[in-house]
Structures are given as C-alpha cells and as structure tokens.
Design a protein. Sequence first.
Length: 68
Amino acid sequence: MEKIEIPLAQKLDLMEMLWADLSKQSLDSPDWHESLLAEREAALLDGRCTFSDWEEAKQRIRQNVSCK
C-alpha cells in the first residue's frame, strides 16, 4: 500500500467528517457488552471490585509505569 502524504490539518478535517458521519448511524453493541457490564455491576455491588476517582487512577497509573 502506498503511503499518501496529507497535512495534519487536512487529516484532522477528514477525521471530523468521518466521525460526524459515523455518529449519525445507529450501531448496536455486541451481546457480550451487556453481559460484561452486568458482571461488572454485580462485582461492584457485592464488593468484589471497587472504583477510583479519575485523579486517583491517573496517579496510580503514573506510579506503575514510571521509570525508576
């Protein structure tokens, strides 16, 4: 496949046009999404998992991926 050089601004415009078009279409989630969400909700409700606020999560991620 031949690489085509397109300026960044034009690439972003194309992405916006694609997203605008795609967002008008109705897309159904696969069946496994519903079952996975139900499993995660059940785990949260019965205490098998917890969640963090976004700032705590970012701090934990930074600690886990930082170079030492």
